[in-house]
Design a protein around this ligand. Structure first.
Ligand code: ACO
Length: 426
């Protein structure tokens, strides 16, 4: 049922009636699409704090209550019980797969999991010390050159193929960025292994000997991938949708998403958390760090704290904290960073500044400690996030195209530059 609100626009002395759209959960949205044509006025919302950019049936976040659902299923249940590929299927197609559907889907992913040998040549063009995210932006973008001519985005089956290709190739793309970085040979996937285990094999195995993937680590890997798979219309997902709205090649769209994810305010935060914990160095230095985070004249922020949407615990941070603890116990790692992180969390959560602003630990606060314990170098943290988020990006890309063409996404602006003036006579 459509409800209507009256919008009073005082400057133009007009009153308009705008429809209100209702979702299945979460806040309603005023439909302002006809506001400019009818009232001649634009909505101003830099940072999109009050803007729903699309309709989506994939992921639901309630930031006040700390709830995250993929297709209606709570993230905690999926992280504990599902495999990552099951979650990818759920995100892409809307329902959990039957055993037969899962078998076929796994086969399709496996079929596409290698990289064209010429794609591997791309790596040689990068400096050895290139950041894996820089390499991934380049290599994923380059895939559009390999699959452009026979990629018709108006064909739903070809769209699904492109989406599966991206999910399938991302582990080798990410692992190869690391292997190139350390001068190791590229590692090929092993089809008998699960998605998470395969990534560990390509990261840490050597062609000269068998690499046995430890089940605890494989499960932790799957859980990390599930927790990072989708998060509704965040910066990188919105970037993918914006790029896709012009009909761009899917590989180019995902490369744009990777670029957006790289920033320290988004996916780059887990890397930043670890360097922050390293800088703090010891529990006794925590009060100084808290004071700096609160000082408006200091640009220092407590990395891994705060979220645009969550004004409560990020539900992913609780799961990842538990997994980090389990993995550290299993490996017998005594990481002083974990102690600093837990003490920092405790102090920040009882501090008025953080309470008032509803700043809670986000998923990145513990993911860095977990990934470090699993022997991933810091520079791979965001690359792993990008690998996992690819399933969300392709699902959102599929949804956008399945919804039909709503035209190119083209925000307007409030112009504050010079008014019209004439070029001077010289
Ligand atoms: N440390 C100290 N103060 C903070 C922090 C922080 N981590 N985060 C927000 N604040 C303060 C701001 O200074 C501001 O204070 P004010 O009202 O006195 O001016 C208030 O809290 C609101 O902050 P905003 O910047 O308006 O919040 P916004 O929603 O724009 O930012 C963001 C969210 C970018 C995540 C921010 O909290 C941040 O920079 N956190 C650290 C980086 C981080 O962990 N990013 C990962 C996000 S999760 C993800 O991408 C998976």
């Amino acid at each position: 049922m459509t409800r209507y609100v009256t919008a009073s626009i005082t400057k133009k002395k007009t009153e308009g009636v705008l429809p209100v759209m209702e979702g299945t959960m979460g806040p309603d949205a005023v439909d302002i699409t006809s506001m400019y044509s009818q009232q001649g006025i634009l909505a101003f919302d830099p940072g999109f704090r009050s803007t729903a950019s699309c309709q989506s049936a994939i992921t639901f976040v309630d930031g006040e209550k700390g709830i995250l659902l993929y297709r209606g299923y709570p993230i905690e249940q999926l992280a504990e019980k599902a495999s990552y590929l099951e979650v990818v299927y759920l995100l892409m197609f809307g329902e959990l797969p039957t055993q037969e559907e899962m078998d076929i889907f796994r086969q399709r992913v496996t079929h596409f999991n290698m990289l064209h040998e010429q794609v591997l040549d791309f790596y040689k063009g990068f400096r050895r010390d290139a950041h894996p995210m820089a390499v991934m932006v380049g290599v994923v973008g380059a895939l559009s050159a390999f699959y452009h001519d026979h990629m018709d985005i108006n064909d739903p089956e070809q769209r699904i193929n492109a989406a599966i290709r991206l999910v399938a190739k991302m582990p080798m793309i990410a692992a190869s960025s690391y292997n190139y970085n350390i001068g190791a040979p590229h590692r090929y996937p092993r089809n008998a292994l699960g998605y998470g285990a395969n990534f560990l094999h390509m990261m840490f195995g050597m062609p000269s000997e068998d690499y046995v993937v430890e089940p605890v680590l494989a499960r932790a890997m799957e859980s990390i991938f599930i927790l990072h798979a989708d998060h509704e219309q965040n910066a990188s997902t919105s970037t993918v949708r914006l790029a896709a709205s012009s009909g761009a090649n899917p590989f180019a769209c995902i490369a744009a998403g990777i670029a957006s994810l790289w920033g320290p305010a988004h996916g780059g935060a887990n890397e930043a958390v670890l360097s922050m914990l390293g800088e703090i160095g010891s529990v006794k230095n925590i009060p100084k760090a808290i004071a700096r985070a609160k000082d408006k004249n200091d640009s220092f922020r407590l990395m891994g704290f705060g979220h645009r949407v969550y004004k409560n615990f990020d539900p992913r941070s609780r799961v990842i904290q538990k997994t980090a603890r389990e993995v550290l116990d299993y490996l017998g790692t005594d990481d002083p960073m974990l102690e600093i992180a837990m003490r920092l969390e405790e102090i920040a959560l009882s501090d008025e500044y953080f309470i008032e602003r509803k700043l809670y630990p986000n998923v990145d606060f513990y993911s860095g400690i977990l990934l470090k314990a699993m022997k991933f170098p810091t520079t791979m943290f965001t690359a792993i996030f990008a690998l996992a988020r690819t399933s969300g990006w392709v699902s959102q890309w599929l949804e956008l195209h399945n919804q039909g063409n709503h035209g190119i996404d083209r925000p307007r602006q409030l112009y504050v530059g010079k008014p019209t003036r004439d070029y001077p006579n010289k």
